[in-house]
Design a protein around this ligand. Structure first.
Ligand code: ZN
Length: 106
C-alpha cells in the first residue's frame, strides 16, 4: 500500500493559520486577502548617510521571529498604505496605525 504523505490531515491543519484579520486604520478589520504586504518597516537613511547605511536599507532585512513592523496596502479598500505590528510566528496582528503616527508608537 502506498502512503500519500501530502494527504490532508485535519489534526495538523487546525494548528496552521492560513488567514488572519488585519485592521485598516480607515476601514476597520478585514480579511488579509484584501491587502498587499509591503515589506518590513525601515527608517530611510539621511541623504548624506554612508554607502553601508544605504546598502543595509535597500538590501538587508531583519526577518524577525516575533513582533515586526510592516507596511501594508489596502488594495481592495481605501487604497491606503499603513503600518502594522505583526507577530510573524503566529500571524497575530498586535497593532495597526497610519505612518504619520509611527514615531509615537514603540
Ligand atoms: Zn482601508
Amino acid at each position: 500500500m502506498m502512503i500519500n504523505r501530502r494527504a490532508f490531515n485535519p489534526e495538523r491543519a487546525a494548528d496552521i493559520r492560513m488567514s488572519f484579520l488585519l485592521s485598516c486604520p480607515n476601514c476597520g478589520p478585514r480579511d488579509v486577502y484584501e491587502f498587499r504586504f509591503g515589506g518590513e518597516f525601515q527608517r530611510r537613511p539621511e541623504p548624506t548617510a554612508s554607502q553601508d547605511a544605504w546598502v543595509d536599507y535597500l538590501y538587508l532585512r531583519a526577518n524577525e521571529a516575533g513582533p515586526q513592523r510592516e507596511w501594508w496596502y489596502h488594495r481592495m479598500g481605501c487604497k491606503a498604505w499603513f503600518l502594522a505590528v505583526r507577530d510573524t510566528r503566529t500571524n497575530t496582528v498586535l497593532q495597526t496605525f497610519r505612518p504619520s503616527t509611527a514615531d509615537r508608537i514603540t
